[in-house]
Design a protein around this ligand. Sequence first.
Ligand SMILES: NC(=O)c1ccc[n+]([C@@H]2O[C@H](COP(=O)([O-])OP(=O)(O)OC[C@H]3O[C@@H](n4cnc5c(N)ncnc54)[C@H](O)[C@@H]3O)[C@@H](O)[C@H]2O)c1
Length: 452
Amino acid sequence: MKITIIGTGYVGLTTAVVLSYLNHDVTAVDKDKHKLSLLHEGKSPIHEPGIQSLLDEVCHTIRFTPSVAEVVPDAELIMIAVGTPPKKNGEADTRHVEEAAREIAEVCHPNRHYTLVIKSTVPIGTNKRVAQVVDTVFEERGIQGNISVTSNPEFLQEGLALQGAFYPDRIVVGANNVNAFDALRHLYQPILEQTFDPPTFLPRPAAYHLPPMMTTDPNSAEMIKYAANTFLALKISFINEIAGLCEDVGADVTEVARGIGLDSRIGPRFLRAGLGWGGSCYPKDTAALLGVAAQAGYEMPITEAARTVNFEQRKRIVEKLRYVLKTLKGKTIGILGLAFKPNTDDVREAPSLDIIRQLVAEGVNVRAHDPIAMPNAQQALSEITIEYCEDVYSVSHNADALLLITEWELYHRMDLRKLAKQMKTPILIDGRNVFSPQDAMDAGFHYIGVGR
Ligand SMILES: NC(=O)c1ccc[n+]([C@@H]2O[C@H](COP(=O)([O-])OP(=O)(O)OC[C@H]3O[C@@H](n4cnc5c(N)ncnc54)[C@H](O)[C@@H]3O)[C@@H](O)[C@H]2O)c1
């Protein structure tokens, strides 16, 4: 199929390279000149495992352009994958989605049918609003255009984006007409039937089953995305709430999570106590869902509580540091990990940013390390001065405490004994429960985890 994708961020670029790999004819559009110049050189602007290899494979067929007018008229299917950042009041800002829809409607041919797919995460009712935007432009142009607006929420996880795109659990499509379902079924056929040869670095998981394509109405499709993210967010907040109580009563939350996760009704995933969630999805999507509820005059105390518990984790960890160091002012604290999770360079709403800002405000000298996300963190924290270190051992040198925020694989393999020896006071606050407390203590650390 001839496809245009608007937006080459984490979702747009992943979708573009995967669909190109599956032999669709893909052009991706972005307004960001820096991203485009990297893409024109064949370089991925985002860090995502495997994306550069896949881009190398498809670079002779995929095209990147700043111009909607150049590519949309000839496309069969157009996907909108632009950002939907939070407004000040938490509601999702759909300005970029509507702007993209307007630009598309301004240039499409009057006599052709197009499927317009909304991939961005959008508040319930956006599908209808986008259809109105398109109709208004057609009226202004004095033409009878033919665009089916379809909702196809994206469920990929950063760090595992390609895996999620090639081997999804399900594909959700919301539309009001059967042609749109057919178009999406055709688009995703190689994935639905798993007829493609997997990339060498990403074999098909052994126990993988063919994913269903769930068809529904647009409002429900939009709601499914918010409900899914909110459920995952509250599962993590739940275990963090239990972790707090474990600390007070002398239980170990990692054992509790293991015990409840073995119940097949609960399952083991998303039960890892720690510093909670960040990133570009859960904070924004839970806030946006509350915004949708507020407009409907509906209360969502469970979602509110999930957010409260989550953001409290960032303050609790600073309190742990204060408790163990007695005073924070003038102390040197080493931070391990800045990305909101491992295997990504994304620092949007990362716990590290809040924690570092709190520490600096208290007069702490902060040193930080991250294998990938330091440039993005430097940009996000441009208003404050901290020291960025190229390796973990420079972070710990003469430090009063170490705080692990992101569970990058390389931190699991650190030489704890060497780290402890270098420090002024060997205190390790393990914000993700990565280490065995006994191993850390044997290495000479005063160890503090979360809920254990
Ligand atoms: N990042 C994730 O893990 C993830 C997962 C699922 C869903 N989503 C949702 O997908 C959407 C995109 O997220 P993202 O993380 O890829 O965002 P992003 O910020 O990484 O990328 C968005 C891109 O769209 C471009 N853009 C904005 N307006 C444009 C326009 N009018 N024309 C052309 N390009 C335009 C921007 O320059 C940017 O490159 C959001 O709604 C998000 O909530 C994200």
